[in-house]
Write a protein that binds this ligand. Structure first.
Ligand code: MN
Length: 258
């Protein structure tokens, strides 16, 4: 009888462990503030997480460290989304130049705090566009506030007038980098919706892709394998069922499941 009970117990425990390991990882998606009246993220991010096998959860802005901490307890991975410009004076000590765009101070502080706490926990983190720039700023890097007025000789159009699923400029990807492993390409056409860009890379990070004019289009944290950023918008392709960049989201979800 005792033996039967212990066999049943072992089977039960195995079933529970199996059920847990089969659960889809939860991926937090940072939100924007919508004039202080809503917390929202574009559905392209939501659909990309679902297509990659994860469960998307949109994270509303909060400035309470306990709430941030509990949000992070509840997710297995994090996507920092695109959006407004980052306040250069507050976050990297530069006076704003005339080409500087819209700033949302509440979102800046939330995003930076969330990124620092997530990286401290070694949570898988994908920064996209603004999220990629913030990842750099959160760890001591700087930005070009406005490419056309600050990068002399940039002859590449980084604010494309084309659909989001359509690549208009090429990037050259470092062989062996996370991005290279994720999409299996060393050169690819990406979409481009930015006028800011990473200038000085943060200590502990490295550049993994650049456009033809030398603008930094991807970074990763050295030695981490789970913290990385892209300047383009892979979700614009993935949500339209174009699979060139699906590997980026699949990698994030796979790491989140570990
Ligand atoms: Mn670009």
């Amino acid at each position: 009888m005792k033996r039967v009970l212990s066999v049943v117990l072992v089977l039960l425990i195995s079933a529970v462990v199996f059920a847990q390991s089969g659960k889809k990882p939860i991926i937090g998606i940072s939100s924007t503030w919508g004039e202080g009246s809503s917390a929202s993220a574009p559905l392209t991010y939501v659909e990309s997480v679902i297509r990659a096998g994860g469960v998307p959860v949109v994270l509303p802005i909060s400035h309470d460290p306990d709430i941030l901490s509990r949000m992070l307890d509840g997710i297995d991975g994090l996507i920092m989304t695109g959006g407004e410009d980052i306040d250069p004076l507050k976050w990297f000590g530069e006076e704003p130049i005339p080409g500087q765009g819209q700033i949302v101070p509440e979102r800046d502080s939330f995003d930076i705090a969330l990124i620092r706490m997530a990286v401290e926990r070694d949570l898988p983190l994908l920064g996209i566009c603004r999220g990629h720039q913030l990842l750099n700023v959160a760890f001591g890097g700087t930005l070009y506030q406005d490419i056309p007025s600050q990068v002399k000789g940039s002859l590449v159009k980084h604010r494309q007038q084309a659909p989001r699923y359509y690549g208009t400029h090429t990037i050259n990807i470092e062989k062996g980098s996370l991005l290279h492993k994720q999409i299996g390409l060393e050169k690819v056409a990406v979409n481009s919706y930015h006028h800011q860009a990473v200038k000085d890379i943060a200590p502990g990070f490295k550049v993994t892709a650049r456009s033809a004019d030398g603008i930094i289009e991807a970074i990763e944290k050295i030695g981490s394998k789970r913290v990385f950023g892209v300047q383009f918008h892979p979700e614009g392709f993935t949500a339209s069922n174009i699979d060139t960049f699906l590997g980026i989201f699949e990698y994030l979800v796979k790491e989140a499941g570990k």
